[in-house]
Design a protein around this ligand. Structure first.
Ligand code: CP
Length: 308
């Protein structure tokens, strides 16, 4: 099997069998990451360019580690150290990078659609590492991988996603992916943070967190994206936390074997208490570990090394 597109821009356009194929490949990559010598020659001689024009810790580090574990050469640009700060456009920058003949480009950008624009312009595979409010496909893949690993399946599970749904590219990618894989998805947050059209995508909206968490298998908590919000979507952080923060009491509404996830970075004491974030149901660091293997799988599958 092969992925249909040369690029990974979103989860919305992937077929369920493509998602399963990527997750199965991720399992193989996890075996590599568990070895003493965590390196295979699969992408030897290939160059991966990481263009991170918005802040990132997990995604940027894991793409870099993933490429290196596959023996690719890597080059990372950020907004401040590049000629973008001198007024060069993203398109001109991309054309110049392409002239150096790299093999893949990973991009995080604050504008929704920036990776898709580059994908149309460039011959090489483009991977979306998070664009504006749009999608964060590799985050959804690592989330699905973590759930599948912990629960042994995806189909039939009930997943609650709680927080700032409107501004969250993670919520959008998770929703597409989890629905395609047969999960029931509940979305919970203040009405000012839930897009009006969202139930068309097959999710059920819950304004009340106690109701939303009743009997769920998985809870995904989201950070409030203050950098993407206009003012006035909720009265105060303290109030938001009181109504939508995940506490030990609220975890008690879910199934006994619930798992708690968060894409990071966490705002401790806002959307999740430290006791819950570090507690027995939390799989937040498992998500981070799976991020490396998922990104290895995506780089491998899009490189053509597996026979594109
Ligand atoms: N989950 C996520 O995208 O984290 P970073 O912003 O640190 O990459």
């Amino acid at each position: 099997m092969q992925l249909k597109s040369k690029d990974l821009l979103d989860i919305e356009t992937l077929a369920p069998e493509e998602l399963t194929f990527i997750l199965d490949t991720t399992e193989t990559m996890k075996e590599v990451s568990a070895r003493d010598i965590k390196k295979v020659p699969t992408l030897r001689g290939k160059t991966v360019v990481n263009l991170f024009l918005e802040a990132s810790t997990r995604t940027r580090a894991s793409f870099e580690i993933a490429a290196k574990r596959l023996s690719a050469d890597t080059l990372t640009f950020t907004g401040t150290g590049s000629s973008l700060s001198k007024g060069e456009t993203l398109m001109d920058m991309a054309r110049n990078i392409q002239a150096m003949n790299p093999d893949m480009l990973v991009i995080r950008h604050q504008a929704s659609g920036a990776p898709a624009m580059l994908a149309r312009l460039l011959r090489i595979p483009v991977i979306n590492a998070g664009d504006g409010w749009h999608e964060h496909p590799t985050q959804a893949l690592l989330d699905m991988m973590t759930i599948r690993e912990k629960k042994g399946k995806l189909s039939g599970l009930t997943v609650a996603i709680v927080g700032d749904i409107t501004h969250s590219r993670v919520a959008r990618s998770d929703l597409h992916g989890l629905r395609k894989m047969g999960c029931n998805v509940r979305l919970c947050g203040p009405f000012t943070m839930i897009p009006p059209y969202i139930d068309n995508l097959g999710a059920k909206v819950y304004p009340n967190i106690e109701e939303a968490l009743k009997g769920v298998d998985v809870i995904i908590m989201l950070r409030i994206q203050l950098e993407r919000q206009e003012v006035g979507l909720f009265p105060s952080i303290r109030e938001y936390s009181r109504f939508y923060g995940l506490t030990t009491d609220r975890v008690g509404r879910a199934k006994k074997d619930v798992i708690i996830m968060h894409p990071g970075p966490i705002n401790r004491g806002v959307e999740i208490t430290p006791e819950v974030a570090d507690g027995p149901y939390s799989v937040i660091l498992d998500q981070v570990a799976n991020g490396v293997a998922v990104r290895m799988a995506v780089l491998y599958l899009l490189s053509g090394a597996g026979g594109r």
